[in-house]
Design a protein around this ligand. Structure first.
Ligand code: FE2
Length: 351
């Protein structure tokens, strides 16, 4: 599976809801995912993605949260990433409803979805390179509650003991929350020290513990669950309004381009040098601030990248800074241009 390069990893924390958010990315291709982003922390996480140059492919929620609203819909709108959540949730706005065993790729790495119901019926653990992102299924020395949202302590016992505890002891565990400042654990540690569900625990005793917790209802549940069923977006918040402009459309108008119009390639200088659209200017994603005043002066700026995702990100960044002259080529890119046999220029200066 993992053919060589280490995976990039960041653990982020929301102290209002004690939630961990994770970013994982392939350091070579810079394709990445974000797991369980919190809506209130959207700007922080988007900035980190931009700083690291990560091209977000997927936003993955481990389940339909009751304690916070997901930023999944915002990330989809801003970056073109696909949103995913476990299949039993039936979340209508999700791009992918993951089933047990489904795999998603980021660069050379694969993320495996493991269905681990019990806290909710759609809880999913993500496995990548000896790391488990357990959401609210397994916590450090604890586990998620089972008293609402289709919670079922018997199911949770099965998920943890039959699915998670089968991984090698050294497998690392990254939970969805921790309330005592701990950041990670291992399967071996939890099998030995988890007071609710250690390796000797019986299902009967576990069910008894879970049914006698008497926890308070989560403060945000009435707001969070309905919002999360629509990917964290209120019905009034639609998707972007950019035109559905393709590389074929760009090819059609390229010969008629006026001096006040500009084609902009937002890929890296290396990618640009290999092959780019004739007359295009290279403004690598992450370096757009240098060019912002120049770009503001054009009547129209056509943005493209390899596949459309980076173009969408740059479109969003520049739009937020007041540029209203942008046309995003968000669903195709240089790969389609080359496949269509359209002419290319090579080298650093793109004129
Ligand atoms: Fe939860």
């Amino acid at each position: 599976m993992n053919s060589g390069n280490e995976i990039g990893f960041r653990q982020l924390f929301d102290r209002d809801t004690w939630t961990y958010t994770y970013m994982l990315f392939d350091p070579e291709t810079l394709e990445g995912v974000i797991i369980d982003p919190v809506k209130e922390k959207f700007e922080r996480d988007l900035q980190l993605l931009e700083e690291l140059g990560i091209e977000l492919k997927y936003v993955m929620d481990t389940h339909v949260h009751a304690d916070h609203v997901t930023a999944a819909g915002l990330f989809r709108e801003m970056t073109g990433a696909k949103t995913s959540v476990g299949e039993p949730s039936g979340v209508p706005c999700a791009d992918l409803l993951l089933q047990d065993g489904d795999e998603l790729e980021i660069g050379q790495h694969r993320i495996q979805a493991i269905s681990t119901p019990g806290h909710t019926d759609a809880c999913t653990t993500f496995k990548i390179n000896g790391m488990l992102f357990t959401g609210d299924t397994l916590f450090i020395r604890g586990c998620g509650r089972t008293d609402f949202q289709q919670g079922d302590p018997k199911q949770l016992f099965e998920s943890i003991s039959q699915k998670l505890y089968c991984f090698p002891d050294e497998t690392r565990v990254f939970p969805g929350h921790d309330y005592q400042g701990r950041s990670s654990s291992t399967i071996g540690e939890e099998k030995r020290f988890n007071p609710r569900i250690h390796s000797e625990q019986t299902q009967e005793e576990f069910v008894r513990i879970m049914n006698s917790l008497n926890l308070k209802r989560p403060a945000k549940i009435d707001e969070a669950v309905p919002a999360n069923l629509s990917c964290g977006m209120s019905p009034a918040m639609g998707h972007g309004t950019e035109e559905n402009f393709s590389m074929v459309d760009l090819h059609r108008i390229l010969g008629m381009l006026k001096p006040e119009e500009r084609v902009v390639d937002v890929r890296t200088p290396g990618e640009y040098a290999m092959a780019h659209v004739p007359k295009s200017l290279n403004v690598p994603m992450g370096g757009e601030q240098e060019f912002i005043e120049e770009l503001r002066n054009y009547d129209k700026v056509y943005l493209y990248c390899h596949s459309g995702r980076r173009a969408q990100t740059v479109y969003t960044i520049l739009s937020r800074q007041g540029l209203d002259n942008l046309v995003c080529i968000c669903s195709s890119g240089m790969a389609d241009w080359i496949a269509s046999g359209f002419p290319v220029n090579r080298g650093e200066a793109g004129f």
